[in-house]
Design a protein around this ligand. Structure first.
Ligand code: SF4
Length: 231
């Protein structure tokens, strides 16, 4: 029965990939997949909900906001094929959480060591801004998924929306309201029955190109989260 959580995760992934609950996001992800960016015109875009990726025995989960239009929505793997993915994967490699510094496409050989990546919303939203209703619609998938990870100890929230989604998820898991104020590098503890949370700025170009989030700062937080997850 050791592999039962893997089977549960695989079954949940199938369910998520088939989801068409948010009509605005279904229309948007498929429109992007048909119109494509000129530089990817030969790609067969994924254009479906983007499942999580990583080590199902992970004790550390990284949580992002949502797939990028020409990243995850194109490649079908979370944090894959765009500049945020490039920055995050390089940092994960430096922190000993990834076997290579690049995340380009689903067959690029990327493997995580003790880490798993999910998104708070699984479909690309217009302007990278899901509505509160869309966030609420997608949250149960995350709650179910986190419950299927037997070794989960730390959730590292990438950005404010992922931070709020983590608080909402933990509140669902505990049937009690969890609170916190976002601060990069801060560790949040919610008692012995819930995972800890570590907050980080999102590795988007808006943050990495302006110095809000440097490579050294992200590697430092990743190492901190990793140490907490192994303690
Ligand atoms: S955002 Fe989540 S709930 Fe909405 S359609 Fe996509 S997978 Fe389904």
């Amino acid at each position: 029965m050791e592999d039962s959580h893997r089977k549960q995760l695989a079954s949940l992934t199938d369910e998520i990939v088939a989801c068409r609950m948010c009509t605005r996001l279904v229309d948007w992800r498929e429109k992007i997949g048909q119109e494509k960016r000129a530089s990817y015109k030969d790609w067969d875009y994924w254009a479906k909900p983007v499942p999580s990726y990583g080590d199902s025995d992970a004790s550390l989960v990284l949580l992002g906001l949502a797939p990028a239009a020409h990243g995850g929505n194109r490649t079908g793997r979370v944090f894959t094929g765009d500049s945020s993915a490039t920055f995050l994967t390089a940092a994960m490699h430096k922190a000993g959480l990834a076997n290579q510094p690049n995340s380009d496409h689903r067959d690029d050989g990327l493997e995580f060591n003790g880490a798993y990546i999910a998104a708070a919303v699984r479909c690309v939203p217009p302007g990278d801004k899901p509505t509160p209703e869309e966030q609420r619609a997608c949250l149960p998938y995350l709650v179910r998924e986190l419950r299927m990870l037997p070794n989960l100890k730390v959730i590292m929230a990438l950005g404010h929306i992922a931070f709020r989604a983590t608080l909402q998820t933990l509140s669902e898991m505990a049937s009690e309201k969890m609170r916190g104020k976002f601060m990069h590098g801060e560790v949040y503890r919610f008692g012995p029955l819930l995972p800890m949370m570590v907050a980080s700025y999102h590795p988007s170009p808006r943050n990495t190109n302006t110095g809000v989030l440097t490579m050294d700062a992200l590697v430092k937080v990743l190492k901190q989260a990793k140490e907490l997850s192994l303690s």
